[in-house]
Write a protein that binds this ligand. Structure first.
Ligand code: HEM
Ligand SMILES: *[C@@H]1O[C@H](CO)[C@@H](O)[C@H](O)[C@H]1NC(C)=O
Ligand SMILES: *[C@@H]1O[C@H](CO)[C@@H](O)[C@H](O)[C@H]1NC(C)=O
Ligand SMILES: *[C@@H]1O[C@H](CO)[C@@H](O)[C@H](O)[C@H]1NC(C)=O
Ligand SMILES: *[C@@H]1O[C@H](CO)[C@@H](O)[C@H](O)[C@H]1NC(C)=O
Ligand SMILES: *[C@@H]1O[C@H](CO)[C@@H](O)[C@H](O)[C@H]1NC(C)=O
Length: 325
């Protein structure tokens, strides 16, 4: 072998070495190992999401929660792993309705190729495919995520921002995930669909600073209406409210329009209008100089890549609620 050939082999060898130790997500990761996987997921979603279209919002939120704790590794799907309560416990009812759905997709994929496709990729694909199937934006989902072994209540509590978050804490939790202020504004746009329980924001209506007051940052007329028609007491923890009234099934810009009318439902929504940087992004989205769907796609792909387990980290779970024994 000549010097150049030998050098070339060395380079290829080095690249392969780097590739194996720093495995990355790739588009079509299962193209050889389970070529039908992505199609099985998509077909199932297309066939079944219309029976329960509100699940699309639930899956999007579940995916967000999964990604913010230990990277998108399906830790949100686990039942208890150690002594501590799992992440699930921190987000009451978030996963309840969605579980069976994910489990059914997983068993179809397992029947096709056992032990190949992670629950983390399945959840990521289901989130994307159900938003697409219900008329929302699409985004690229590179695959190759591996499933985590650990799920802790306390980690969910510290990584997932509560609805009472102010701007500073939102900026911090997002930047801990490698997400910037534009990602924060754009991803919060997911609140253009779906529902929230009164208990997630009723302190703004009834007891904002502990003296029986209302949050002055919330439009007074809107607050009055919510109190009269939806959240009739501060103790109501069952009634659900559209975050984007009248348009909660449509993935559109109206969430941002509401923010400017001081009708964002959570303090975290309202917080986005409190800095000139994020306010400028909101206005660009509304004016179209930033395209909501393209921006949302980019930020979703970014969120879905951060801190994931690849290569030989983690495992491919057999059942999404349990680590392999
Ligand atoms: C910026 C910080 C965020 C906070 C504080 C926050 C908080 C919340 C809260 C409290 C709810 C209502 C839960 C309930 O009462 O049942 C909710 C719903 C929702 N969130 Fe967020 N969220 C944030 C960001 C995101 C992101 C990044 C996404 C996805 C990209 C997202 C997607 C959703 C969706 C789709 C729903 C509706 C769920 C359903 O209808 O089942 N959120 N969020
Ligand atoms: C996980 O926990 C849920 C709720 O407690 C239960 O319904 C489900 O059967 C459990 N899954 C497994 C595989 O143990
Ligand atoms: C924002 O919230 C955090 C956490 O609750 C708190 O420590 C901080 O003082 C708040 N910052 C402002 C500017 O209110
Ligand atoms: C309002 O908040 C204060 C301080 O946290 C608390 O003592 C009071 O019981 C609350 N009132 C209601 C109606 O929940
Ligand atoms: C909801 O409120 C009822 C009555 O106030 C209470 O018994 C129940 O524990 C609450 N549930 C949750 C999840 O907070
Ligand atoms: C959770 O779901 C149960 C059963 O659907 C319901 O009774 C309960 O009020 C829900 N709790 C919350 C906090 O949404």
């Amino acid at each position: 072998m000549g010097k150049i050939g030998c050098f070339g082999t060395l380079i290829i060898g080095l690249l392969a070495f780097v590739g194996s130790t720093e495995a990355q997500l790739t588009m079509g990761f299962y193209d050889n190992s389970c070529p039908k996987a992505e199609k099985i997921v998509q077909d199932f979603v297309n066939q079944h999401i219309h029976n329960a279209p509100s699940l699309a919002a639930t899956f999007l939120r579940m995916h967000f929660h999964d990604c913010f704790v230990r990277g998108c590794d399906a830790s949100v799907l686990l039942n208890t792993t150690s002594g501590e309560q799992p992440e699930k416990a921190a987000t009451p009812n978030l996963t309840l309705r969605g579980f069976d759905f994910i489990d059914r997709v997983k068993s179809l994929v397992e029947a096709e190729c056992p032990g190949i496709v992670s629950c983390a990729d399945i959840l990521t694909l289901v989130a994307r495919d159900s938003i697409v199937a219900t008329g929302g934006p699409s985004w690229r989902v590179p695959t190759g995520r591996r499933d985590g072994l650990i799920s802790k209540f306390s980690e969910a509590m510290s990584n997932i921002p509560p609805p009472s978050s102010n701007f500073t804490s939102l900026q911090t939790v997002f930047s801990n995930q490698g997400l910037d202020l534009k990602d924060l504004v754009v991803l919060s746009g997911a609140h253009t669909i779906g529902l929230a329980h009164c208990s997630s924001f009723s302190n703004r209506l009834y007891n904002f600073t502990g003296i029986g007051d209302q949050d002055p940052a919330l439009d007074a007329e809107y607050a009055t209406n919510l109190k009269a028609k939806k959240c009739k007491s501060i103790n109501d923890n069952t009634t659900k409210v559209e975050m984007d009234p009248g348009s909660r099934k449509t993935f559109d810009l109206s969430y941002y329009t509401l923010l400017l009318k001081r009708r964002g439902l959570f303090e975290s929504d309202a917080a986005l209008t409190t800095t000139s940087n994020t306010l400028a992004t909101i206005n660009q989205l509304l004016q179209g100089s930033l395209d909501f769907y393209s921006e949302f796609s980019m930020s979703m792909e970014k969120m879905g890549r951060n801190n994931v387990k690849t290569g030989s980290d983690g495992e491919i779970r057999k059942q999404c609620a349990l680590v392999n024994s």
